[in-house]
Design a protein around this ligand. Structure first.
Ligand code: G3P
Length: 219
């Protein structure tokens, strides 16, 4: 399973990268705005800065919603760096664009996916990744992890090669549940990744090991 970080914050990307477990980055227009990255040139430069930190797929989202402009934007994003994956929304024009970009060998991440039907369309169009937003599904009282299970089952049954990228992850247990469900990738903020480290018995155990070593090596 690949681990992506879902942020446009360069310090957090560096921190996750330094842990040695980072396989890529996902961003979206809200995450870019949160970091105060605005204006076409600054946004483009920021994507390149991210690509220079992490040697793995970096998702950059288009703003256009019509076929022609999605393709134009996708081509200029893809030209920025070899690791850019173009994030395209799950809309009619988006599905057409994913099909076209796949034919042109440009990697895509179909975003804003909330149902198995949408995931089937993304796979049929040849998306490299499909991004079901599990936290937002939980927010409206459905079960986001069940959707991951359903999509993984369907993709395996039919041999679809699109990778299931579990997104909108809110806490560490989401990561574990998505791993159990067979997600190919989880993308999440830094905090749930770091919280995977925590266990009180690890802290208690380490404290005792160190204390026993000290006792045995006194004088
Ligand atoms: O990867 C999608 C993600 O950025 C959305 O997360 O927490 O805004 O639902 P959230």
């Amino acid at each position: 399973m690949k681990f992506f970080i879902d942020t446009a914050n360069l310090d957090q990307i560096r921190q996750a990268h330094d842990l040695g477990i980072l396989d890529g980055v996902t961003t979206n227009p809200s995450l870019m705005a949160k970091e105060g990255v605005t204006g076409h040139d600054n946004i483009m430069k920021h994507y390149v800065d991210i690509c220079n930190i992490v040697d793995g797929d970096v998702s950059a989202e288009v703003i256009a919603t019509d076929f022609e402009n999605i393709i134009k934007e996708a081509e200029s994003l893809a030209a920025l760096h070899k690791n850019i994956v173009v994030k395209v929304p799950m809309i009619t024009e988006g599905v057409k664009a994913i099909k076209h970009l796949t034919y042109k060998n440009i990697k895509t991440n179909c975003t804003l996916v909330f149902s198995a039907g949408q995931a089937i369309l993304a796979a049929k169009a040849g998306a490299t990744y499909v991004s079901p937003f599990i936290g937002r599904i939980d927010d409206v009282s459905y079960d986001g992890v069940s959707l991951i299970e359903q999509i993984v089952y369907i993709y395996n049954l039919h041999g679809f090669e699109t990778e299931v990228l579990a997104a909108s992850i809110r806490h560490s247990n989401h990561i574990i549940k998505c791993a159990e469900a067979g997600a190919d990738v989880v993308t999440c903020p830094l905090d749930p990744i770091l919280k995977l480290l925590n266990h009180p018995l690890t802290d208690i155990g380490l404290e005792k090991f160190l204390a026993d070593y000290k006792k045995g090596n006194q004088g």
